[in-house]
Design a protein around this ligand. Structure first.
Ligand SMILES: Cc1cc2nc3c(=O)[nH]c(=O)nc-3n(C[C@H](O)[C@H](O)[C@H](O)COP(=O)(O)OP(=O)(O)OC[C@H]3O[C@@H](n4cnc5c(N)ncnc54)[C@H](O)[C@@H]3O)c2cc1C
Length: 456
């Protein structure tokens, strides 16, 4: 399919009023594109949904269905003391198609929302394909369609479309490889075990949080690390994974002491509790301006997410660490969003072109769907000539968007987590759980007020 097809002929800048003969082209019927299309359709905006599968496919997809889950079948936690659970609760307020599908395809998974992936995808494919305002086009798109459009072609976008995106005015290079260390929330680090200091007292002197290890603790951690289960590497990723960056578990496999002389070296650090240099030290570096998130220095990893939680909990101070995002090493095409995107994932300079999903720099199935939801609602309101919804940083949907459009220093993809929400004025008594409950209560209240104010 070349460009958008002839039927959508709208102005390409500024808000325009759409008629029922005009369509918004949504490119990619993944998690984000499906949710964006649904939100447009729900608001009476006709959609042309272009999906290249099954004729063409990505190296990770194996079906022709919409919203295929390419790896795990879990949409993560549901409870409101988890940011992913809160995000789902926010999305339900907007009648999310992805969550409707998850509800009816649910399989037992404790406190998590896991789904039968085939039923999940079939529900979404049917809901969109049978919608009277939705035209499904099974064809690969090689150019940015005529506006209005939503581009949601995912982390494996490549070829001519990737080149076309790269040619958009003001577009900065797309990133192609993601080798990220895990990030944990500052408040979940046990500071009765960890201590603040910089090596040899350089910098501000206490820039890093240090987790000191005795020899026995190091050995236990080492043994768990080298025997931990790794995430699959697709054939297409092998070259990138092995040449792109050295994972902590690969480094460890070179010998028991390699980490202790490498990223975990203790030199220049004295544990104030013992007055001595520890056997080894894991350092954590501040990851956001607010100081609510810290990354594990040198811990790029390919361990499965569950294994990261288990193995890294053996690091003194991280026993109860909350992961804002897990370490990943995979191909991941994403935009330099803080440079090129504005509110509601609109392209700077042309609000009738939106991007959505993992390619905007959100990370995860539900996060991708949430960005599709935001982009779809925003674009629908703009096309109706209305003031667009403004999502508060007190909500997960708003905070994720804010992260992607403003996190200028070393922009990296982000999962839903409480660390990116606007801080509470006052910390409630009762510890972390009470604070998360308060944040969730505030987020849902704010979202209800936003819905009342904008009637989106
Ligand atoms: C290998 C891998 C494993 C992952 N595992 C997980 C996981 O376990 N849990 C998790 O939460 N997240 C995971 N992610 C991250 C992310 O959440 C998913 O990639 C998610 O599917 C992203 O949603 P999306 O809508 O942005 O992209 P996708 O779901 O990939 O959707 C993009 C759609 O666009 C179509 N498309 C692409 N190019 C074109 C084109 N030129 N023309 C027309 N159609 C096109 C594709 O066929 C696809 O249907 C993983 C990512 C990768 C790459």
């Amino acid at each position: 399919m070349n460009s958008a097809g002839a039927a959508s002929k709208l102005k390409t800048a500024g808000a325009a009023t759409v008629t029922n003969n005009d369509r918004v082209t949504v490119v990619g019927a993944g998690l984000a594109g499906s949710e964006a299309a649904w939100q447009l359709l729900k608001r009476g905006i006709p959609v042309r949904l272009a999906e290249m599968r099954p004729a063409c496919t990505t190296p990770a997809h194996v079906t022709a269905g919409f919203a295929e889950l390419v790896c795990s079948n879990s949409l993560k936690a549901e409870h409101l003391t988890n940011a992913s659970g809160l995000l789902k609760a926010e999305m339900k307020l907007f009648d999310s198609l992805i969550l409707r599908a998850a509800e009816q395809a649910r399989v037992p998974a404790g406190g998590a929302l896991a789904v039968d992936r085939e039923r999940f995808s079939a529900f979404i494919t049917e809901a969109l394909s049978s919608h009277p305002l939705c035209e499904v086009v099974r064809a690969r798109v090689d150019e940015i369609p005529d506006a209005p459009c939503v581009v949601a072609t995912g982390p494996l976008t490549d070829g001519r479309l990737a080149e076309a995106i790269g040619r958009l005015p003001g577009m900065r290079a797309l990133h192609f490889f993601d080798a990220e260390a895990p990030i944990v929330t500052a408040e979940s680090i046990d500071m009765t075990r960890a201590f603040r200091a910089s090596r040899y007292g350089r910098g501000e002197g206490d820039d890093y949080i240090n987790c000191p290890m005795t020899e026995a603790e190091y050995n236990a951690f080492y043994d768990a690390l080298i025997s931990a289960e790794l995430a699959d590497v697709h054939e297409f990723e092998k070259k990138l994974v092995f040449e792109g960056c050295l994972a902590v578990e690969i480094l460890a496999a070179r010998g028991r002491m390699t980490l202790a002389f490498g990223p975990l070296k203790p030199v220049g650090l004295v544990d104030p509790r013992t007055g001595r240099q520890p056997f080894a030290v894991v350092q954590l570096r501040q990851d956001n301006a607010e100081g609510t998130l810290y990354n594990l220095v040198g811990f790029q990893t390919r361990l499965k997410w569950g294994e990261q939680k288990r193995v890294f909990a053996l690091i003194p101070g991280l026993e109860h660490a909350e992961f804002a995002r897990y370490g990943v090493m995979h191909r991941n095409t994403y935009l330099d969003s803080p440079q090129v995107l504005a509110e509601n994932y609109a392209l700077k300079g042309n609000p009738l072109i939106r991007f959505a999903g993992q390619m905007t720099g959100v990370e995860g199935y539900v996060e991708s769907a949430a960005s599709g939801m935001t982009a779809g609602i925003g674009l629908a309101m703009s096309l109706q000539g209305r003031e667009e919804i403004h999502l508060s940083g007190q909500t997960v949907m708003g905070a994720l968007m804010c992260h992607t459009i403003t996190q200028t220093a070393d922009f990296q993809p982000m999962n839903a987590n409480f660390g990116i929400l606007d801080a509470l004025g006052e910390k409630p008594r009762g510890g972390k759980k009470a604070r998360y409950e308060k944040l969730s209560e505030r987020a849902l209240q704010t979202m209800r007020e936003t819905i009342e104010q904008y009637n989106p």
